[in-house]
Design a protein around this ligand. Sequence first.
Ligand code: AP5
Length: 219
Amino acid sequence: MTLNIILLGPPGAGKGTQASRLEDEHGMVQLSTGDMLRAAVKAGTPIGLQAKAVMDAGELVSDEIVSGLIGERLDELGPDVSVIFDGYPRTAAQAEALDGLLGARRRQLDHVIELVVDEDALVDRITGRFSCAKCGAGYHDRYKLPKVADTCDVCGSHDFKRRPDDNAETVRTRMAEYRAKTAPILPIYDARGIVAHVDGMAPIDQVNDAIEAILATAG
Ligand code: AP5
């Protein structure tokens, strides 16, 4: 059965971490608009050029751009692949666009999983985050260091990077954007009875277990 899931939560809530676990464990595909936009910035595409300053400031890229990226990716994947939306939708307009994108492809949302977190702890999580520059594997200064110092567990590279928007000031703007524009879309999905809440402050494995329990109720 094909699943369509949204992981919702503020910056640093663990959406990317959990989406990547679901990819590994279930062969689902993570659709992260943040990753798509960063790839566009890196490639210097017209979308990337438009998005860079907005992302560096911690503000939201236009609804049309991100919904366009999601539509393209869904078409590339075809109908039989289960997907996890990570960082999308982030506004009421994007939630409406997603309904259209899914409906046109005969998909329907199964679960919206909110990662409930303590915002004060998130600045620490985000500013300590880094990743392998070669394969993208994620690490954290305190919670998830490579097993061998300065060596990626996955690909062995010694080259690591940090995101330009992972500084304390930009994180505060990203949080404010979440509170003002993203949190208000939860009631839309609540009214459909598809929202589940997970304690995102629990250790990564426990958060994963809680999500697995929700997915086990699908169908
Ligand atoms: P995006 O890339 O989506 O960033 P974000 O939402 O700010 O989310 P993050 O990636 O920072 O956090 P996360 O929840 O994935 O946490 P993670 O798993 O990494 O967006 C970036 C920018 O792109 C936006 O600001 C905007 O400009 C633009 N954009 C993207 N989508 C858009 C859209 N739809 N519309 C408009 N603009 C858009 O975890 C964080 C750290 O914590 C990691 O180090 C991890 O190891 C650690 N960690 C995770 N879980 C736990 C745990 N349970 N316990 C301890 N540590 C944990």
